[in-house]
Design a binder for this molecule. Structure first.
Ligand code: SAM
Length: 270
């Protein structure tokens, strides 16, 4: 695994100054890498897709458990260096490097079974949802994200952390918090704390587009009752009320009270 000194040396060699724009905070602590890999609950036969491998610290940790990693990195300098790093530190293991924007990727080789990533924090929710939507072979995921986002992703109905990311992720499966991570394990240290989220896919038929519309409308103005909040989506407040009643939901309720199954019921009653 890469230590702090090696990571700095690699960055210096390529004259890489980590950019905020790309969320480049590299993990420099091998123990944190071990924690992430253990929390991902991988088996030898898993094929992993990693978003944003950076200088490769997590990639090498994953390759201690599995043989195949597909890594998607947007920064061409990092993408160029990674095969060399893996060749040196994990000889005999298979890395497929894709130098693209992960948000735009629609095809991956080898049907990955799990996603493991220290996600770029500015796009963590959209990129996670994009991968779950586009790659149904992914059965589980372990992601490190900003602590606040982790709490939102794993939140259950009723609290103030519960919102559109929580319900959308719940459409794909079940998420839970899998540990906190401090700032000092990164270079450069971010201005926020981090946390791990473990996710397991649950079988779900159909396309989430319509239910995601309902969810977006319900949480666009959190203070509004669903009758008001869904008026635009339904066509009018009266029509929203009719749909809610048909779905067995109190039109005076708020979005944060509803679980994914209730949102599905609403979408199906339009
Ligand atoms: N995995 C490395 C680690 O843990 O040390 C780096 C993680 S760093 C938080 C995020 C990585 O995602 C950076 O390498 C950055 O260049 C990359 N990245 C940022 N935006 C991306 C995007 N849209 N698609 C793919 N990679 C991206």
């Amino acid at each position: 695994m890469l230590g702090a000194a090696e990571i700095r040396q690699l960055a210096e060699r390529l004259d890489i100054r980590p950019t905020k724009k790309l969320g480049q905070n590299f993990v420099i602590d091998p123990n944190t890498i071990r924690r992430i890999v253990a929390a991902a609950d991988l088996s030898e036969n898993d094929t992993i897709v990693e978003i944003g491998p950076g200088l490769g610290s997590l990639t090498l940790g994953i390759l201690e458990v599995v043989d195949n990693v597909v890594a998607v990195e947007i920064d061409p300098r990092l993408a160029q260096l990674l095969p060399e790093t893996v060749g040196k530190h994990a000889p005999g293991k298979n890395l497929t490097l894709i130098n693209q924007d992960a948000l735009r990727i629609s095809e991956l080789p080898g049907a990955p079974t799990a996603l493991v990533a220290n996600l770029p924090y500015n796009i963590s929710v959209p990129v996670l949802l994009h991968f779950l939507q586009n790659f149904p072979s992914i059965q589980k995921a372990l992601v490190m994200v900003q602590a606040e986002v982790a709490h939102r992703l794993a939140a259950k109905p009723g609290g103030k952390e519960y919102g559109s990311p929580s319900v959308k992720l719940a459409w794909y499966g079940a998420a839970r918090l899998a540990g906190n991570v401090g700032r000092s394990v990164f270079w450069p240290a971010p201005q926020v704390d981090s946390a791990l989220v473990y996710f397991e896919r649950q079988k779900r038929e159909g396309d989430p587009t319509e239910v995601f519309r309902v969810i977006d409308a319900a949480f666009a103005q959190r203070r509004k009752t669903l009758r008001q909040a869904l008026a635009g989506w339904a066509g009018s407040p009266a029509e929203a009320e009719r749909i809610l009643v048909a779905a067995g939901i109190n039109p005076a309720a708020r979005g944060e009270e509803l679980g994914i199954e209730q949102f599905l019921k609403v979408a199906s009653c339009k």
